[in-house]
Design a binder for this molecule. Structure first.
Ligand SMILES: Cc1cc2nc3c(=O)[nH]c(=O)nc-3n(C[C@H](O)[C@H](O)[C@H](O)COP(=O)(O)OP(=O)(O)OC[C@H]3O[C@@H](n4cnc5c(N)ncnc54)[C@H](O)[C@@H]3O)c2cc1C
Length: 383
Protein backbone atom coordinates (compact mmCIF):
# COMPACT_ATOMS: atom_id res chain seq x y z
CA UNK A 1 0.00 0.00 0.00
CA UNK A 2 1.37 3.41 -0.99
CA UNK A 3 -0.27 6.59 0.30
CA UNK A 4 2.09 8.99 -1.44
CA UNK A 5 1.08 11.21 -4.34
CA UNK A 6 2.90 10.95 -7.65
CA UNK A 7 5.13 13.90 -8.63
CA UNK A 8 2.47 14.91 -11.19
CA UNK A 9 -0.26 14.85 -8.53
CA UNK A 10 1.90 16.97 -6.23
CA UNK A 11 2.39 19.39 -9.07
CA UNK A 12 -1.36 19.72 -9.77
CA UNK A 13 -2.16 20.19 -6.08
CA UNK A 14 0.57 22.78 -5.72
CA UNK A 15 -0.51 24.58 -8.88
CA UNK A 16 -4.09 24.78 -7.61
CA UNK A 17 -2.93 25.95 -4.18
CA UNK A 18 -0.68 28.68 -5.57
CA UNK A 19 -3.35 29.84 -8.02
CA UNK A 20 -6.00 30.07 -5.29
CA UNK A 21 -3.68 31.81 -2.82
CA UNK A 22 -2.60 34.33 -5.46
CA UNK A 23 -5.93 35.06 -7.17
CA UNK A 24 -8.78 34.42 -4.74
CA UNK A 25 -8.01 36.98 -2.01
CA UNK A 26 -8.22 39.75 -4.63
CA UNK A 27 -11.91 39.09 -5.34
CA UNK A 28 -13.31 36.68 -2.72
CA UNK A 29 -15.06 39.22 -0.48
CA UNK A 30 -16.45 41.22 -3.39
CA UNK A 31 -17.85 38.13 -5.15
CA UNK A 32 -19.43 36.98 -1.89
CA UNK A 33 -20.90 40.35 -0.91
CA UNK A 34 -22.13 41.29 -4.38
CA UNK A 35 -23.05 37.69 -5.36
CA UNK A 36 -21.18 37.99 -8.65
CA UNK A 37 -19.68 35.34 -10.87
CA UNK A 38 -16.12 36.21 -11.93
CA UNK A 39 -15.69 35.33 -15.63
CA UNK A 40 -12.18 36.77 -15.71
CA UNK A 41 -11.05 34.43 -12.97
CA UNK A 42 -12.37 31.47 -14.98
CA UNK A 43 -10.26 32.52 -17.94
CA UNK A 44 -7.24 32.77 -15.64
CA UNK A 45 -7.88 29.26 -14.26
CA UNK A 46 -8.05 27.96 -17.84
CA UNK A 47 -4.80 29.67 -18.76
CA UNK A 48 -3.18 28.19 -15.65
CA UNK A 49 -4.19 24.67 -16.75
CA UNK A 50 -6.75 24.15 -14.01
CA UNK A 51 -9.91 23.67 -16.04
CA UNK A 52 -11.23 20.47 -17.63
CA UNK A 53 -8.97 18.37 -15.42
CA UNK A 54 -10.78 15.06 -15.97
CA UNK A 55 -11.88 15.62 -19.56
CA UNK A 56 -10.00 13.51 -22.12
CA UNK A 57 -7.21 15.22 -24.03
CA UNK A 58 -8.99 14.29 -27.28
CA UNK A 59 -11.71 16.79 -26.34
CA UNK A 60 -9.44 19.57 -25.12
CA UNK A 61 -9.15 18.53 -21.47
CA UNK A 62 -6.13 17.57 -19.41
CA UNK A 63 -6.88 13.85 -19.25
CA UNK A 64 -6.40 13.42 -15.51
CA UNK A 65 -8.72 11.56 -13.19
CA UNK A 66 -11.39 12.40 -10.66
CA UNK A 67 -8.74 12.19 -7.93
CA UNK A 68 -6.78 15.05 -9.49
CA UNK A 69 -10.05 16.95 -9.83
CA UNK A 70 -10.61 16.36 -6.11
CA UNK A 71 -7.16 17.84 -5.38
CA UNK A 72 -8.05 21.02 -7.25
CA UNK A 73 -11.42 21.14 -5.51
CA UNK A 74 -9.79 20.72 -2.10
CA UNK A 75 -7.17 23.41 -2.70
CA UNK A 76 -9.67 25.90 -4.12
CA UNK A 77 -12.19 25.37 -1.30
CA UNK A 78 -9.38 25.67 1.23
CA UNK A 79 -8.85 29.29 0.18
CA UNK A 80 -12.40 30.30 -0.71
CA UNK A 81 -15.36 27.93 -1.00
CA UNK A 82 -17.54 30.30 -3.05
CA UNK A 83 -14.92 30.90 -5.72
CA UNK A 84 -13.78 27.29 -5.49
CA UNK A 85 -17.32 26.16 -6.24
CA UNK A 86 -17.77 28.62 -9.10
CA UNK A 87 -14.49 27.70 -10.80
CA UNK A 88 -14.65 23.95 -10.53
CA UNK A 89 -18.31 23.90 -11.56
CA UNK A 90 -17.64 25.40 -14.98
CA UNK A 91 -17.55 21.93 -16.55
CA UNK A 92 -20.30 20.46 -14.34
CA UNK A 93 -22.20 17.85 -16.33
CA UNK A 94 -19.33 17.07 -18.69
CA UNK A 95 -19.04 13.75 -16.84
CA UNK A 96 -22.41 12.82 -18.35
CA UNK A 97 -21.25 13.62 -21.88
CA UNK A 98 -18.01 11.71 -21.32
CA UNK A 99 -19.85 8.69 -19.98
CA UNK A 100 -22.84 8.50 -22.30
CA UNK A 101 -22.52 11.16 -25.00
CA UNK A 102 -22.09 10.31 -28.68
CA UNK A 103 -18.81 11.14 -30.41
CA UNK A 104 -20.53 14.14 -32.06
CA UNK A 105 -21.78 15.42 -28.70
CA UNK A 106 -18.31 15.07 -27.18
CA UNK A 107 -16.70 16.98 -30.04
CA UNK A 108 -19.35 19.68 -29.99
CA UNK A 109 -19.78 20.39 -26.27
CA UNK A 110 -16.54 19.48 -24.47
CA UNK A 111 -13.79 21.55 -26.18
CA UNK A 112 -15.46 24.95 -25.55
CA UNK A 113 -15.83 24.01 -21.86
CA UNK A 114 -12.12 23.22 -21.60
CA UNK A 115 -11.14 26.50 -23.26
CA UNK A 116 -13.31 28.51 -20.89
CA UNK A 117 -15.49 29.56 -23.82
CA UNK A 118 -18.62 27.81 -22.52
CA UNK A 119 -20.14 26.86 -19.17
CA UNK A 120 -22.30 23.81 -18.49
CA UNK A 121 -24.90 23.06 -15.86
CA UNK A 122 -26.89 20.11 -14.56
CA UNK A 123 -30.67 20.29 -14.18
CA UNK A 124 -32.18 17.61 -11.99
CA UNK A 125 -33.82 19.27 -8.97
CA UNK A 126 -37.30 20.76 -9.36
CA UNK A 127 -39.48 22.81 -7.03
CA UNK A 128 -41.25 19.57 -5.98
CA UNK A 129 -38.56 16.94 -6.47
CA UNK A 130 -34.95 16.75 -5.32
CA UNK A 131 -33.76 13.67 -3.47
CA UNK A 132 -36.48 11.61 -5.10
CA UNK A 133 -35.08 11.75 -8.63
CA UNK A 134 -37.85 9.49 -9.95
CA UNK A 135 -40.41 12.19 -9.10
CA UNK A 136 -38.92 14.61 -11.67
CA UNK A 137 -41.78 15.86 -13.83
CA UNK A 138 -40.27 18.29 -16.37
CA UNK A 139 -41.91 16.87 -19.46
CA UNK A 140 -40.15 16.28 -22.79
CA UNK A 141 -42.64 15.13 -25.41
CA UNK A 142 -41.40 13.75 -28.69
CA UNK A 143 -42.77 15.46 -31.80
CA UNK A 144 -41.24 14.05 -34.95
CA UNK A 145 -37.48 14.55 -34.46
CA UNK A 146 -37.77 17.13 -31.67
CA UNK A 147 -38.63 17.16 -27.98
CA UNK A 148 -40.94 19.86 -26.60
CA UNK A 149 -39.89 20.59 -23.04
CA UNK A 150 -42.15 22.07 -20.34
CA UNK A 151 -41.45 22.38 -16.63
CA UNK A 152 -39.00 24.00 -14.26
CA UNK A 153 -35.78 23.29 -12.42
CA UNK A 154 -34.74 24.72 -9.07
CA UNK A 155 -31.37 25.54 -7.45
CA UNK A 156 -29.39 25.05 -10.66
CA UNK A 157 -25.69 25.86 -10.28
CA UNK A 158 -24.45 28.14 -13.09
CA UNK A 159 -28.12 28.71 -13.91
CA UNK A 160 -27.80 32.24 -15.32
CA UNK A 161 -24.33 31.82 -16.81
CA UNK A 162 -24.49 28.37 -18.39
CA UNK A 163 -24.50 27.85 -22.15
CA UNK A 164 -26.25 24.49 -21.88
CA UNK A 165 -28.01 22.30 -19.35
CA UNK A 166 -27.69 18.54 -18.95
CA UNK A 167 -31.33 18.09 -18.05
CA UNK A 168 -33.30 15.18 -16.64
CA UNK A 169 -36.75 15.06 -18.24
CA UNK A 170 -39.78 12.82 -18.11
CA UNK A 171 -40.07 11.29 -21.60
CA UNK A 172 -41.86 7.98 -21.09
CA UNK A 173 -44.38 8.47 -18.25
CA UNK A 174 -46.35 5.35 -19.11
CA UNK A 175 -43.39 2.97 -19.01
CA UNK A 176 -44.14 0.05 -16.70
CA UNK A 177 -40.77 0.52 -14.98
CA UNK A 178 -40.46 3.77 -13.02
CA UNK A 179 -36.71 3.56 -13.68
CA UNK A 180 -37.25 3.84 -17.44
CA UNK A 181 -39.45 6.93 -17.62
CA UNK A 182 -36.77 9.61 -17.82
CA UNK A 183 -34.15 10.73 -20.33
CA UNK A 184 -31.25 13.17 -20.39
CA UNK A 185 -31.33 16.07 -22.85
CA UNK A 186 -28.73 18.72 -23.56
CA UNK A 187 -30.70 21.95 -23.65
CA UNK A 188 -28.91 25.06 -24.91
CA UNK A 189 -29.61 28.18 -22.87
CA UNK A 190 -30.51 30.32 -25.89
CA UNK A 191 -33.41 28.14 -27.02
CA UNK A 192 -36.67 30.16 -27.20
CA UNK A 193 -38.90 29.52 -24.18
CA UNK A 194 -36.06 28.97 -21.70
CA UNK A 195 -36.06 31.50 -18.86
CA UNK A 196 -33.76 31.81 -15.89
CA UNK A 197 -33.93 33.76 -12.64
CA UNK A 198 -30.91 34.16 -10.39
CA UNK A 199 -31.51 33.16 -6.78
CA UNK A 200 -30.14 35.93 -4.59
CA UNK A 201 -29.56 36.02 -0.85
CA UNK A 202 -28.16 32.50 -0.48
CA UNK A 203 -26.64 31.82 2.93
CA UNK A 204 -23.33 30.66 1.42
CA UNK A 205 -21.34 30.08 -1.78
CA UNK A 206 -22.58 33.41 -3.08
CA UNK A 207 -19.85 33.68 -5.69
CA UNK A 208 -21.36 30.56 -7.23
CA UNK A 209 -24.34 31.31 -9.46
CA UNK A 210 -27.62 29.52 -8.67
CA UNK A 211 -30.92 29.90 -10.53
CA UNK A 212 -34.42 28.70 -11.23
CA UNK A 213 -34.91 27.59 -14.86
CA UNK A 214 -38.26 27.49 -16.65
CA UNK A 215 -38.92 25.63 -19.86
CA UNK A 216 -41.96 26.90 -21.76
CA UNK A 217 -42.43 24.71 -24.83
CA UNK A 218 -38.69 24.69 -25.52
CA UNK A 219 -37.90 22.82 -28.74
CA UNK A 220 -34.86 20.55 -28.48
CA UNK A 221 -33.55 18.46 -31.40
CA UNK A 222 -33.63 14.69 -30.92
CA UNK A 223 -29.87 14.58 -31.47
CA UNK A 224 -29.49 16.28 -28.04
CA UNK A 225 -30.62 13.11 -26.28
CA UNK A 226 -27.83 11.50 -24.21
CA UNK A 227 -27.64 7.82 -23.36
CA UNK A 228 -30.82 6.64 -25.09
CA UNK A 229 -34.47 7.25 -24.29
CA UNK A 230 -35.65 5.90 -20.94
CA UNK A 231 -32.12 5.65 -19.53
CA UNK A 232 -32.06 8.98 -17.70
CA UNK A 233 -32.29 7.53 -14.20
CA UNK A 234 -29.47 5.05 -14.67
CA UNK A 235 -27.34 7.67 -16.46
CA UNK A 236 -27.73 10.01 -13.50
CA UNK A 237 -26.94 7.33 -10.95
CA UNK A 238 -23.68 6.71 -12.82
CA UNK A 239 -23.07 10.46 -13.01
CA UNK A 240 -23.54 10.93 -9.23
CA UNK A 241 -20.99 8.18 -8.63
CA UNK A 242 -18.40 10.42 -10.32
CA UNK A 243 -19.50 13.88 -9.23
CA UNK A 244 -19.94 12.93 -5.56
CA UNK A 245 -16.42 11.57 -5.50
CA UNK A 246 -15.01 15.05 -6.06
CA UNK A 247 -17.76 17.15 -4.45
CA UNK A 248 -16.69 15.35 -1.25
CA UNK A 249 -13.38 17.19 -1.58
CA UNK A 250 -15.26 20.46 -1.07
CA UNK A 251 -16.00 19.45 2.52
CA UNK A 252 -12.37 18.51 2.96
CA UNK A 253 -11.16 21.82 1.53
CA UNK A 254 -13.46 24.03 3.58
CA UNK A 255 -12.45 22.08 6.71
CA UNK A 256 -8.72 22.44 5.97
CA UNK A 257 -9.11 26.15 5.27
CA UNK A 258 -11.12 26.75 8.47
CA UNK A 259 -8.62 24.74 10.50
CA UNK A 260 -5.73 26.86 9.23
CA UNK A 261 -7.65 30.05 10.05
CA UNK A 262 -8.19 28.70 13.59
CA UNK A 263 -4.52 27.80 14.05
CA UNK A 264 -3.50 31.24 12.84
CA UNK A 265 -5.94 32.93 15.23
CA UNK A 266 -4.87 30.87 18.25
CA UNK A 267 -1.19 31.55 17.56
CA UNK A 268 -1.81 35.27 17.27
CA UNK A 269 -4.15 35.65 20.24
CA UNK A 270 -1.98 36.18 23.31
CA UNK A 271 -4.97 36.58 25.67
CA UNK A 272 -6.14 33.07 24.80
CA UNK A 273 -2.74 31.50 25.43
CA UNK A 274 -2.37 33.25 28.81
CA UNK A 275 -5.56 31.66 30.13
CA UNK A 276 -4.33 28.07 30.56
CA UNK A 277 -7.65 26.19 30.79
CA UNK A 278 -8.87 28.07 27.73
CA UNK A 279 -5.64 27.28 25.87
CA UNK A 280 -6.00 23.59 26.73
CA UNK A 281 -9.52 23.58 25.33
CA UNK A 282 -8.22 25.25 22.17
CA UNK A 283 -5.59 22.52 21.81
CA UNK A 284 -8.17 19.75 22.26
CA UNK A 285 -10.33 21.36 19.61
CA UNK A 286 -7.44 21.70 17.17
CA UNK A 287 -6.41 18.09 17.76
CA UNK A 288 -9.94 16.86 17.06
CA UNK A 289 -10.28 19.02 13.96
CA UNK A 290 -6.96 17.81 12.55
CA UNK A 291 -7.95 14.18 13.12
CA UNK A 292 -11.37 14.56 11.51
CA UNK A 293 -9.74 16.22 8.50
CA UNK A 294 -7.14 13.50 8.12
CA UNK A 295 -9.84 10.81 8.30
CA UNK A 296 -11.94 12.63 5.71
CA UNK A 297 -8.93 13.09 3.43
CA UNK A 298 -8.16 9.38 3.44
CA UNK A 299 -11.76 8.54 2.63
CA UNK A 300 -12.09 11.15 -0.12
CA UNK A 301 -8.83 10.19 -1.82
CA UNK A 302 -9.58 6.48 -1.63
CA UNK A 303 -13.06 6.83 -3.14
CA UNK A 304 -11.82 9.03 -6.02
CA UNK A 305 -8.77 6.80 -6.58
CA UNK A 306 -11.07 3.78 -6.93
CA UNK A 307 -13.34 5.62 -9.37
CA UNK A 308 -10.33 6.35 -11.55
CA UNK A 309 -9.58 2.63 -11.60
CA UNK A 310 -13.11 1.80 -12.70
CA UNK A 311 -13.98 0.52 -9.24
CA UNK A 312 -17.32 2.22 -8.67
CA UNK A 313 -18.37 1.65 -5.07
CA UNK A 314 -21.49 3.73 -4.35
CA UNK A 315 -21.27 3.07 -0.59
CA UNK A 316 -17.64 4.22 -0.36
CA UNK A 317 -18.35 7.28 -2.52
CA UNK A 318 -21.33 8.16 -0.31
CA UNK A 319 -19.25 7.65 2.84
CA UNK A 320 -16.68 10.10 1.57
CA UNK A 321 -19.28 12.69 0.52
CA UNK A 322 -21.31 12.44 3.73
CA UNK A 323 -18.33 12.29 6.06
CA UNK A 324 -16.28 15.05 4.41
CA UNK A 325 -19.38 17.27 4.25
CA UNK A 326 -20.02 16.72 7.94
CA UNK A 327 -16.37 17.31 8.83
CA UNK A 328 -16.55 20.59 6.91
CA UNK A 329 -19.51 21.73 9.00
CA UNK A 330 -18.01 20.51 12.31
CA UNK A 331 -14.63 22.11 11.68
CA UNK A 332 -15.99 25.52 10.64
CA UNK A 333 -18.17 25.44 13.75
CA UNK A 334 -15.23 24.77 16.08
CA UNK A 335 -12.97 27.15 14.19
CA UNK A 336 -15.51 29.93 14.57
CA UNK A 337 -15.84 29.08 18.27
CA UNK A 338 -12.08 29.50 18.66
CA UNK A 339 -12.28 32.91 16.99
CA UNK A 340 -14.45 34.10 19.92
CA UNK A 341 -16.68 37.04 19.01
CA UNK A 342 -14.31 38.04 16.23
CA UNK A 343 -15.43 35.05 14.16
CA UNK A 344 -18.77 36.68 13.52
CA UNK A 345 -17.23 39.76 11.96
CA UNK A 346 -17.23 39.88 8.17
CA UNK A 347 -13.60 40.90 8.05
CA UNK A 348 -12.66 37.47 9.43
CA UNK A 349 -12.79 34.86 6.67
CA UNK A 350 -14.09 32.24 9.08
CA UNK A 351 -17.53 33.90 9.06
CA UNK A 352 -17.75 33.29 5.30
CA UNK A 353 -16.45 29.72 5.63
CA UNK A 354 -19.13 29.10 8.28
CA UNK A 355 -21.86 30.12 5.83
CA UNK A 356 -20.27 28.29 2.89
CA UNK A 357 -19.64 24.87 4.46
CA UNK A 358 -23.25 23.75 4.92
CA UNK A 359 -24.04 23.26 1.23
CA UNK A 360 -21.86 20.14 0.94
CA UNK A 361 -24.33 18.35 3.22
CA UNK A 362 -27.19 19.33 0.93
CA UNK A 363 -26.38 19.22 -2.77
CA UNK A 364 -25.24 16.31 -4.92
CA UNK A 365 -27.17 14.09 -2.50
CA UNK A 366 -28.12 15.18 1.02
CA UNK A 367 -26.33 13.50 3.91
CA UNK A 368 -29.48 11.50 4.66
CA UNK A 369 -29.54 10.16 1.11
CA UNK A 370 -25.81 9.31 1.30
CA UNK A 371 -26.50 7.28 4.45
CA UNK A 372 -29.33 5.41 2.72
CA UNK A 373 -26.93 4.50 -0.11
CA UNK A 374 -24.38 3.25 2.43
CA UNK A 375 -26.91 1.23 4.41
CA UNK A 376 -28.42 -0.25 1.25
CA UNK A 377 -25.12 -1.96 0.50
CA UNK A 378 -25.33 -3.89 3.77
CA UNK A 379 -29.06 -4.60 3.69
CA UNK A 380 -29.24 -5.99 0.17
CA UNK A 381 -31.77 -8.75 -0.27
CA UNK A 382 -34.25 -7.38 2.29
CA UNK A 383 -37.66 -6.47 0.82
C1 LIG B 1 -26.69 26.17 -3.74
C2 LIG B 1 -27.33 24.96 -4.35
C3 LIG B 1 -26.87 24.49 -5.58
C4 LIG B 1 -27.48 23.37 -6.18
N1 LIG B 1 -27.09 22.98 -7.43
C5 LIG B 1 -27.82 22.05 -8.10
C6 LIG B 1 -27.56 21.76 -9.47
O1 LIG B 1 -26.62 22.30 -10.08
N2 LIG B 1 -28.37 20.88 -10.09
C7 LIG B 1 -29.41 20.26 -9.47
O2 LIG B 1 -30.11 19.48 -10.11
N3 LIG B 1 -29.67 20.50 -8.16
C8 LIG B 1 -28.91 21.40 -7.48
N4 LIG B 1 -29.19 21.67 -6.15
C9 LIG B 1 -30.30 21.01 -5.50
C10 LIG B 1 -29.87 20.00 -4.47
O3 LIG B 1 -29.21 18.91 -5.06
C11 LIG B 1 -31.13 19.61 -3.69
O4 LIG B 1 -31.47 20.70 -2.88
C12 LIG B 1 -30.94 18.37 -2.86
O5 LIG B 1 -30.76 17.26 -3.67
C13 LIG B 1 -32.14 18.11 -1.94
O6 LIG B 1 -33.32 18.17 -2.66
P1 LIG B 1 -34.54 19.09 -2.14
O7 LIG B 1 -33.99 20.45 -1.88
O8 LIG B 1 -35.66 18.96 -3.10
O9 LIG B 1 -34.93 18.48 -0.75
P2 LIG B 1 -35.76 17.14 -0.47
O10 LIG B 1 -35.34 16.06 -1.38
O11 LIG B 1 -37.19 17.50 -0.45
O12 LIG B 1 -35.26 16.78 0.97
C14 LIG B 1 -35.65 17.54 2.13
C15 LIG B 1 -35.07 16.86 3.34
O13 LIG B 1 -35.62 15.54 3.47
C16 LIG B 1 -34.58 14.58 3.47
N5 LIG B 1 -34.99 13.40 2.71
C17 LIG B 1 -35.50 13.37 1.46
N6 LIG B 1 -35.75 12.10 1.10
C18 LIG B 1 -35.37 11.31 2.13
C19 LIG B 1 -35.38 9.91 2.35
N7 LIG B 1 -35.81 9.06 1.43
N8 LIG B 1 -34.92 9.46 3.54
C20 LIG B 1 -34.46 10.30 4.49
N9 LIG B 1 -34.43 11.66 4.32
C21 LIG B 1 -34.88 12.14 3.17
C22 LIG B 1 -33.40 15.25 2.80
O14 LIG B 1 -32.18 14.67 3.19
C23 LIG B 1 -33.56 16.68 3.26
O15 LIG B 1 -33.01 16.85 4.52
C24 LIG B 1 -28.54 22.74 -5.52
C25 LIG B 1 -28.97 23.19 -4.26
C26 LIG B 1 -28.40 24.29 -3.69
C27 LIG B 1 -28.93 24.77 -2.36
Amino acid sequence: MDFSLTPKQHEIKQLAREFAEREFPKVAKKCDQEEVFDFELIKKACDAGLNGIFIDKAYGGLGYGYLENAFVMEEFWRVDPGLGGALTCVTFGSEMILLFGSENQKRKYLPPLCKGEAISAVGVTEPDAGSDVLAISTRAEKEEDEYIVNGSKMFISNGTVADFFITLCLTNPSSSSKHERHSVLIIEADRPGLERDKLRGKMGIRAHDTARISFNSVRVPGENLIGGEGNGFSCFMAFFNRSRAYVAAQGLGVAQGAFELAVHFVKKRKALRKNLPQFHIAQYKLAEMATWIETARNLVYKAAWNVDRGKIEPALISMSKWYAGEVGVKVVNEALQLHEGYGGLEEYDISRFYRDAKIVEIYEGTKEIEKLVIARQFLRGIN
